[in-house]
Write a protein that binds this ligand. Structure first.
Ligand SMILES: Nc1ncnc2c1ncn2[C@@H]1O[C@H](COP(=O)(O)OP(=O)(O)OP(=O)(O)O)[C@@H](O)[C@H]1O
Ligand SMILES: [Mg+2]
Length: 230
């Protein structure tokens, strides 16, 4: 089982949006996925309620979303492992508090979403320090960047590198589909399968899999005997 934490002290940078999109991408690929919602605002859990309401009872069990206080995080992760979950995604509150620290400490990989504004980049320093203390692999993910903003992305990447942080080579563009999809408990790939947002999320998912050392689709276990076996 792999654990991905999404952490950022700054509010509204896309933590929950990214958590549910990566979760559904992994579930669609065939993995069993759980989101643990550590945020008292319980936004991911709300999204799951909308998803269940829209798709009929029991139809939206993967990804499952569990709201848990961070004091229950280790126990909830253990339970998920026992239940055969392949990927756990931790959605954390907008604070550099004990929930964010617990999430970063227990994760295999930490994603730090940020928007590309000076205010957001300034706030990233506290999150970066938190992740450094947790000593976990981490990458900054640029979210909601304007389309065709290559010069801006390069500028921002320079700032992020100057903080000794790794930056993801993929980013999510500001797309209406990402905003609209979640209202019905969907993701961009379900709302607009051929859209650019769906494509960008898929690229993000593929990159996350690489960082987690996890194939993009579950490896099939065959029961065929090996050639030459008696
Ligand atoms: N790439 C994007 N394109 C367009 N809208 C986006 C994108 N990412 C996030 N949003 C929108 O930005 C708002 C904040 O996103 P979200 O709730 O995911 O952030 P958050 O970091 O989880 O917030 P909080 O800190 O309050 O938990 C939402 O309205 C969401 O739809
Ligand atoms: Mg959130």
């Amino acid at each position: 089982m792999k654990t991905l934490a999404i952490v950022s002290q700054k509010g509204g940078v896309g933590k929950t949006t990214i958590a549910v999109h990566i979760a559904v991408a992994a579930a669609s690929a065939g993995y069993s996925v759980a989101i643990i919602d550590l945020d008292p605002q319980a936004t991911a859990a709300q999204w799951s309620d909308w998803r269940n309401a829209g798709s009929g009872e029991g139809a939206a069990e993967n990804p499952v979303v569990v709201a848990a206080p961070h004091a229950r995080l280790a126990a909830t992760i253990k339970e998920a492992d026992k239940m055969g979950v392949d990927l756990v995604i931790l959605d954390s509150p907008p604070a550099a508090d004990s929930a964010a620290v617990a999430a970063a400490k227990i994760a295999d990989l930490v994603l730090i979403p940020t928007r590309a504004s000076a205010f957001d980049l300034h706030a990233i320093k506290t999150t970066a320090e938190l992740v450094r203390v947790a000593q976990k692999p981490a990458s900054v993910l640029l979210n909601a960047v304007p389309a065709r903003a290559n010069a801006l992305i390069e500028e921002v990447a320079t700032v992020i590198h100057s903080l000794n942080l790794n930056i993801a080579p993929v980013c999510l563009v500001d797309r209406a589909a990402l905003r609209h999809a979640v209202i019905n408990g969907q993701t961009a790939a379900e709302f607009e399968p051929a859209g650019k947002a769906a494509d960008e999320v898929q690229k993000l998912y593929t990159w996350v899999c690489g960082r987690l050392d996890m194939p993009t689709t579950p490896q099939k276990v065959t029961n065929e005997p090996l050639k030459g076996a008696a």
